[in-house]
Design a protein around this ligand. Sequence first.
Ligand SMILES: NC(=O)c1ccc[n+]([C@@H]2O[C@H](COP(=O)([O-])OP(=O)(O)OC[C@H]3O[C@@H](n4cnc5c(N)ncnc54)[C@H](OP(=O)(O)O)[C@@H]3O)[C@@H](O)[C@H]2O)c1
Length: 361
Amino acid sequence: MIAAGMQSQDGHMSEPLPAASPILVTGSKGFVGSVVVRELLQRGFTNIRCFARTPAGNDKLAELGRKFPAARLDVVHGNLLLPDDCRRAADGAVLVYHLAAGTGKSFPGCVLDSAVATRNLLDALAGSQTLKRFVNVGSFSVYSNATLRRGAVLDESCPVERAYTARFDAYAYGKTKQDDVVAEYGAKHGVPYTILRPGVVFGPGRGGSILGRCGIDTFGFFMHVTGRFPIPLTYVDNCAQAIVLAGLAEGIDREVFNIVDDDLPSSSRLLRLTKRNLGRFFSVRVPYPACLAFSCAWEKYAAWSGNQLPPLFNRRMCAAYHKGNRYSNEKLKRLLGWSPAVPMDEALRRYFEYRRTAAAS
Ligand SMILES: NC(=O)c1ccc[n+]([C@@H]2O[C@H](COP(=O)([O-])OP(=O)(O)OC[C@H]3O[C@@H](n4cnc5c(N)ncnc54)[C@H](OP(=O)(O)O)[C@@H]3O)[C@@H](O)[C@H]2O)c1
């Protein structure tokens, strides 16, 4: 079976990738990675190497294996921090979807599992005769909107945050360094890559809250930073489709794509829907300037006290998450031919249904 080629920037169709081409997916048992594997199988690819750290959660992949009996789904266990494991993972791969990352709050953890792990994997791939594309899954969190007005469009041209100490965001730091490593291997070793930066990914399988950009949930109640601006959500199936397409389209080497869906809900609507579907909780409305002033006071106290309190709240973080911007998926639609297959209302319905069922069981 041959998977369809994609239309390129210059309007040409790419050479279709043979269905049996070896494809590596890292983070394959994660929330987004497992849907990327499913999407590849649905597109007819039959030779997928699923890289995972531990056997925990193998049943997810085993179920996919049963649904697609004609496909070969190899689970390779290892750690991207170990160069030998990276060589095993990378061997002969034609396409790599790199989703493994450090997603916690520790700086060393995020640097190791995002930047160092990526470097190890790229070391194993540099000079590969088979590799056609390294699809690096980055994040919206790398952007700095410090120079953007409230309500301005944040797209791929937005600068990346480089004031790391002031921002004090371990995850964003790790993801920025990860993108830097990828760009470096592209420039120095000719690794063909594309970077995808999803907003907030949600859907069945997502644990935890999706309200992080609506406000702050730290002091025993929810500080809702008011605003009519949209929250950059992307439903997991739509996001996985964009990621898969980025591996197949011609003419997009070194391009960066943001992933957000259409019809994004405002912060107020998302909070209202969450309360209605998952149960009410106490929230206080706080205007953005007040949130910024609180972040500024915290930041200054942290500096004055010699970081007795770390600057967890600071102006750059406040701006990045709560200033309020608009978002564009125009590039994704134009160059990859992507459009969100699951509309926002249906996506939210499926997500809340999943959360209610998970809470009841
Ligand atoms: N979820 C979102 O809202 C969102 C938004 C923007 C970008 N992203 C990006 O999308 C990607 C996938 O996110 P996700 O939500 O699916 O995260 P996830 O569920 O936490 O999955 C991350 C995966 O990375 C693997 N991993 C971490 N360190 C590793 C290492 N040293 N060696 C091998 N594997 C390692 C983990 O393996 P184990 O299962 O063994 O721990 C896990 O399966 C990440 O790159 C993330 O930064 C996610």
